[in-house]
Design a protein. Structure first.
Length: 246
């Protein structure tokens, strides 16, 4: 097996900065903190990034690129309620990787114009995605809701999905960096978000929701629902990440 090439200093700075922002909060991290943890001089850090906001913007660019890929189901596929449930758990794990953006969201938006503009677009995309899911269920007769009700449902789903990590930080401030310790609470977001739709669900979708809540229907990983690539073996497909399996 060939040895992996050493990571570039810029990549290591971004990786360490993300960890520090997540662990102790972005307001508590300075460029000096990052340089000391990296065991490099401040001048070396400033060679790669002008200031802390430059680091934040670079991390956010990575986050934005990845979330745009995730805010969609495979083409030509109408998701079922259990797929949505698993998808939301998959998204909760992804968002936790960039949890500082959600924990420190208001402070970041107040002083960073780039994040202010782009995060608004991400939330708009979330709401539009939820809107499309509802419209598909209505078209299939699995949901009964007026266009005005769908607007409210989609907005509330986007709101809860955006601020769920902030809520978890308030409820679990001393365990917030231990994903295993709060995994069940993180995944509780799936239930709360899907529950917004529940009063409007009909037929098989309502039954799936009831079975998921009662535990009658086993919960599956989101990757289980994605179609295999024609050139992938079952074993290889199982190990593929969801974004690579589309």
């Amino acid at each position: 097996m060939e040895a992996k090439p050493p990571r570039r200093t810029r990549e290591r700075i971004l990786e360490l900065s993300l960890k520090l922002f997540n662990d102790i909060g972005e307001p508590n991290v300075t460029t000096t903190t990052i340089a000391e943890e990296m065991e490099i001089s401040p001048g070396n850090l400033y060679y790669h990034f002008r200031n802390k906001d430059d680091i934040i913007n670079s991390i956010f660019a990575q986050f934005e690129q990845q979330i745009q890929k995730r805010l969609r189901f495979p083409d030509d596929h109408r998701p079922t309620i259990d797929e949505m449930w698993s998808y939301l758990q998959y998204m909760a794990d992804f968002l936790w990787t960039y949890r500082f953006l959600y924990r420190d969201l208001n402070d970041l938006l107040a002083r960073n114009r780039t994040l202010e503009t782009h995060f608004k677009q991400i939330i708009t995309h979330k709401v539009r995605f939820a809107h499309q899911l509802c419209e598909a269920l209505v078209a299939d007769g699995e949901m009964v809701a007026t266009p005005g009700e769908i607007d409210v449902i989609a907005t509330n789903m986007g709101l809860l999905a955006t601020y769920w990590l902030s809520y978890q930080y308030v409820m679990n401030p001393r365990k917030y960096n231990d994903q295993e310790a709060i995994r069940s609470e993180l995944h509780q977001a799936s239930l709360n978000i899907i529950s917004i739709m529940a009063p409007y669900l009909r037929g098989r979708s309502r039954q799936l929701f009831d079975d998921l809540v009662s535990g009658k229907l086993p919960k599956r990983q989101f990757a289980d629902f994605l179609p295999q690539r024609e050139d992938a073996s079952p074993a290889a497909s199982k190990n593929d990440s969801p974004k690579d399996s589309r």
